[in-house]
Design a protein. Structure first.
Length: 323
């Protein structure tokens, strides 16, 4: 960073810190909103979030307007996305179109980091609050639903998200044998399927986007099925972030009941959202879910390998899956 850029960044940092120190939250919010696409706001904003997280918790700076619809396999979020957009439209409630986390990050990354082409998962882990705060600001008056295949993580410095950013989440989970069958039909290779399910190479998943002829890569830390699932069904995570776990099998067997459970769960943090069974019935009439399950096609030998890889986790037992 040259001397002029350092000056611009320092000036913004002084303004931000001054507003925060004087508890001028409205002025601070206006400043950040006006400068949201300014690359020089990144460092001062990151600094105030990292150094004053306890103070920020007590302020009204965070809108707490992010809701997650997550799954190890993002295909499993599609049906719930359709339902939520349908339901909210019928209720005349404001909800932005649901898109996935890496896609939203790519747009922020494009504006704020002109000379970078890759957001690696280490950066994303270290700056998750910053990036999610910027997403929250994009539509601060809206309820924002985001899809992610990331595993939840927590460290001394930060976590995947913060309860002042995230209001609630839905985690969709499918029997790993069903996923095995799905992936085998795609790859026709046993080892490739195991690599997908268990992340044997230890590499994050790279998502590629092109914005105005600039190629951007966003790395998502999805981990293995076991790690991913275990991270989101953890009782502390569920209690802290108001999570609900939905098994795809139960959604297929009793969709009206499960969809009602989802709306009831969301209404705990969205007081304007009420349960209307007629809307659910209308959605199901137009969007049947009967063919959602994938029959298992797997040998006993392959089952043993899957069980061996999952032995250190209790996800299978907790979810009462029979393998």
């Amino acid at each position: 960073m040259n001397i002029i850029n350092k000056f611009k960044s320092a000036y913004l940092q002084k303004l931000i810190q001054g507003h925060f120190a004087n508890n001028e939250i409205n002025e601070l919010h206006s400043l950040i909103t006006n400068e949201i696409s300014n690359p020089y706001i990144v460092e001062p904003l990151k600094s105030i979030i990292q150094n004053n997280i306890e103070g920020l918790e007590q302020s009204k700076l965070f809108k707490n307007n992010i809701y997650w619809v997550n799954s190890f396999d993002l295909d499993d979020t599609i049906y719930i996305n359709q339902f939520l957009e349908f339901y909210f439209a019928k209720k005349n409630l404001n909800i932005s179109p649901i898109s996935n986390y890496p896609m939203r990050l790519s747009k922020i990354f494009y504006h704020l980091f002109q000379n970078k082409k890759k957001l690696d998962f280490i950066d994303l882990i270290n700056n998750s609050y910053l990036y999610q705060y910027l997403i929250s600001l994009e539509q601060s008056n809206n309820t924002i639903f985001i899809n992610s295949a990331s595993a939840f993580f927590s460290s001394n410095q930060n976590s995947f998200t913060h309860h002042q950013l995230t209001s609630s989440y839905i985690y969709l989970v499918r029997n790993p044998l069903s996923l095995y069958t799905k992936y085998f039909s795609k790859y026709n290779d046993h080892q490739a399927v195991l690599n997908t399910l268990f992340n044997f190479d230890g590499m994050p998943k790279g998502h590629h986007y092109e914005i105005n002829k600039k190629n951007i890569v966003i790395e998502e830390n999805s981990q293995s099925w076991s790690v991913n699932v275990n991270s989101w069904i953890d009782s502390n995570v569920m209690n802290t972030f108001r999570g609900i776990v939905i098994k795809i099998e139960e959604l297929s067997e009793k969709p009206d009941e499960i969809l009602a459970d989802i709306i009831s769960h969301l209404s705990l943090s969205l007081p304007n959202l009420s349960l209307d069974y007629q809307i659910i019935i209308e959605f199901l009439d137009n969007n049947p879910i009967s063919n959602n399950l994938v029959p298992f096609k797997i040998s006993n030998k392959q089952k043993k390998i899957i069980l061996r890889e999952m032995a250190q986790f209790k996800s299978i037992e907790t979810l009462h899956y029979e393998i």
